[in-house]
Design a binder for this molecule. Structure first.
Ligand SMILES: Nc1nc2c(ncn2[C@@H]2O[C@H](COP(=O)(O)OP(=O)(O)OP(=O)(O)O)[C@@H](O)[C@H]2O)c(=O)[nH]1
Ligand SMILES: [Mg+2]
Length: 469
C-alpha cells in the first residue's frame, strides 16, 4: 500500500532550544533532500542507511526562483529506514532551532517539497497499521505523554512495552485453540470425535481466563485513580471545615477559610496528588437553605458536584449534633452508596471533642474517619484511607492494566461471552452453540489489541492524539 508521505512538527507549539520536523513515508528521503543540504558535499541523503545523522543546512529552494537556494537554518538530519523506524516507513527528522516562526517555515518548505500534513496521531497510527505496535500499545503512547506523575508514567511505559498486550494475547490464545479444535470437529466429525474435546479441561481453561480478565477489570478503578485522577467533591453544610480540608489535601492555601458561615460560594477546583492517588478536588459552598441569590447559585453548583463526582468527601462538624442539613446530605450519600458510588464521611473538628460518632455516619457512607482538618497529621490519615478505599496501596505499575473505557468495554464483552460459554458447557450445549460463544469471546479481545478492529474505532483512538505524535 503506497501511503502518502506526511510531515508535522513533532515538538510542542512553543519556542524551544530544538524543534523537530518529522517526515514519514516512501518519499521521506526525497522530500528531505529537496530542503536539506548536507554540509559535506560528498554525503547523499538518499543513499544513507538507517540510523544515520548528518549536519547541514535547511534551504528554501523557491526563494530566488533561479533554481538556487537560500539558507534558512542550520540543522541535524536523522535518517531512519523502514521497517526499523517508529512508523515502520522511511522517516527523516530535521532537528532545527526551535523558534515558532522558524518551525512553521521549515514545515511549509517540507510540505512544498512534496509531503502532506500529518493528521493527529498519524505517525503512531502508521506504526500500528504497519504492525510495529498494537492498538493498546499505541494508546499507551498518548498516556505516556499525558502522564502527570511517576506512577502514571511507569504504568504507561509498561503498557507500551506490552504488559497488557501479552496478557490479552495469552487469554485470547486459549479461545483460538478451542475454536480451532471445534472447527476441525465440525469439518471432520468422523475423524475427530466430540469426546476428544475434554470439557473438563475446557471448563477449567475458560474459568481461568475469566478470572484473569476479572483481575484486570478489578484493577481498572485503581489504575484510573492513578493515571486519570478521581473527580472528588468536598461537600457539607456551612462552616464545617470543607475549605480547611481542601487546603490541607493540597498542602497550600487555595480556598478562603474564615469562621463566617458561607465563605465559599463558588466551586474551587484543583488537582491534589495524595500518595498514589490523584484527586481532582472541588471545594463547594455549604449546603443549606439560603435566600441569598449568589449563595443559592453556589449551592446549586455544589449539589451538581455531589451528584456527578466519582468520590464525595462529606464533611461534618463532629463537635456539634447532626442537624437537618447533615441528615439530608446523609440520605443523599446513602443513595450514592446503594448505586456503588463511594463516599467518605468525615467527622471534622475532633480536637473540639466528638458529639457525633463514626457509627452515626457509617450506615450512610463507604468509609468514615474522625480528624482535625487544622492538624497537619490529617493529611497522612487521609492518604492511608484513600489508598485503601481506591485500591491503589499495592499498585504495581509493571503489571498489566486496562488504560481506558474502550479497553474495559472489550474486557466486559469478552467476560459476558465466557460466562455464556461456561454456562453452555455446564448445560450440555451442542458444540455449534458453544463455538458461537467462543467466537464472541475472541472478537472483543482482538478488538482490544487491534488485531481485528473496525476503521471507525481506529479513527476514534487516534483522534485523541496530538499532531506530530
Ligand atoms: N477547631 C477546629 N476548627 C476548624 C477545624 N477545621 C476548620 N475549622 C475552622 O472552622 C471554620 C470554618 O472553616 P472553613 O474551612 O472555612 O469551613 P467551610 O466548610 O469551608 O465553610 P463555608 O465555606 O462557609 O461553607 C474556620 O474558622 C476554621 O478555622 C478543625 O479541625 N478544628
Ligand atoms: Mg469553604
Amino acid at each position: 500500500m503506497a501511503e502518502r508521505t506526511v510531515a508535522a512538527i513533532a515538538t510542542p507549539n512553543a519556542a524551544g532550544g530544538i524543534g523537530i520536523v518529522r517526515i514519514s513515508g516512501g518519499d521521506a528521503l526525497d522530500v528531505a533532500s529537496r530542503v536539506f543540504v548536507p554540509a559535506r558535499s560528498s554525503v547523499v541523503l538518499r543513499d544513507l542507511p538507517g540510523y544515520s545523522m548528518v549536519f547541514g543546512t535547511v534551504v528554501d529552494p523557491a526563494a530566488d526562483g533561479s533554481g538556487g537556494t537560500s539558507p534558512v537554518d542550520q540543522a541535524v538530519c536523522l535518517v531512519f529506514r523502514g521497517p526499523a523506524s517508529y512508523t515502520g516507513e522511511d522517516v527523516v527528522e530535521l532537528q532545527c532551532h526551535g523558534g515558532l516562526y522558524l518551525m512553521q517555515k521549515i514545515l511549509r518548505l517540507v510540505l512544498a517539497a512534496g509531503a502532506s500534513p500529518a493528521g493527529p496521531g498519524e505517525f503512531t497510527k502508521r506504526a500500528f497499521l504497519n504492525g510495529r505496535i498494537d492498538l493498546s500499545e499505541a494508546e499507551s503512547v498518548m498516556d505516556l505523554i499525558s502522564a502527570h506523575g511517576e506512577q502514571a508514567a511507569n504504568a504507561a511505559y509498561h503498557a507500551l512495552e506490552g504488559s497488557l498486550s501479552k496478557e490479552i494475547r495469552s487469554v485470547t490464545d486459549v479461545f483460538i485453540a478451542a475454536a480451532a479444535h471445534m472447527a476441525a470437529w465440525a469439518d471432520y466429525p468422523d475423524e475427530i470425535y466430540e469426546e476428544e474435546l475434554d470439557y473438563d479441561v475446557l471448563l477449567k481453561q475458560f474459568r481461568d481466563a475469566y478470572d484473569r480478565l476479572d483481575a484486570l477489570k478489578q484493577k481498572f478503578d485503581a489504575g484510573q485513580a492513578i493515571t486519570e485522577g478521581v473527580a472528588t467533591a468536598i461537600v457539607g453544610r456551612p462552616n464545617v471545615g470543607k475549605s480547611t480540608l481542601m487546603n490541607r489535601l493540597l498542602q497550600r492555601e487555595r480556598s478562603i477559610v474564615t469562621s463566617i458561615a458561607g465563605t465559599t460560594r463558588d466551586v474551587v477546583e484543583e488537582t491534589a496528588r495524595i500518595g498514589n492517588v490523584v484527586l481532582r478536588l472541588a471545594d463547594t459552598a455549604g449546603l443549606h437553605a439560603s435566600d441569598d441569590v449568589v449563595e443559592s447559585i453556589g449551592i446549586e453548583m455544589a449539589r451538581d458536584k455531589l451528584e456527578h463526582s466519582d468520590l464525595v468527601l462529606a464533611v461534618f462538624d463532629g463537635s456539634e449534633a447532626l442537624n437537618d442539613e447533615d441528615r439530608d446530605l446523609l440520605a443523599t450519600l446513602k443513595e450514592r452508596n446503594a448505586a456503588g458510588q463511594p463516599s467518605v464521611g468525615i467527622l471534622n473538628k475532633s480536637d473540639l471533642g466528638n458529639v457525633v460518632s463514626e457509627e452515626d455516619l457509617s450506615p450512610f457512607v463507604t468509609r468514615t474517619i474522625a480528624l482535625s482538618a487544622t492538624d497537619p497529621d490529617c493529611y497522612e490519615q487521609m492518604r492511608v484511607l484513600l489508598e485503601d478505599l481506591l485500591g491503589t496501596a499495592d499498585f504495581d505499575p509493571s503489571a498489566a492494566m486496562l488504560a481506558n473505557e474502550r479497553q474495559l468495554s472489550c474486557v466486559n464483552r469478552a467476560m459476558d461471552a465466557i460466562r455464556d460459554a461456561i454456562g453452555g458447557i455446564e448445560a450440555g450445549l451442542t458444540m455449534d452453540a458453544l463455538s458461537v460463544c467462543v467466537d464472541d469471546t475472541i472478537a472483543p479481545l482482538l478488538e482490544l489489541t487491534g488485531a481485528s478492529v473496525s476503521d471507525t474505532i481506529i479513527e476514534q483512538v487516534f483522534a485523541t492524539f496530538c499532531v506530530g505524535k
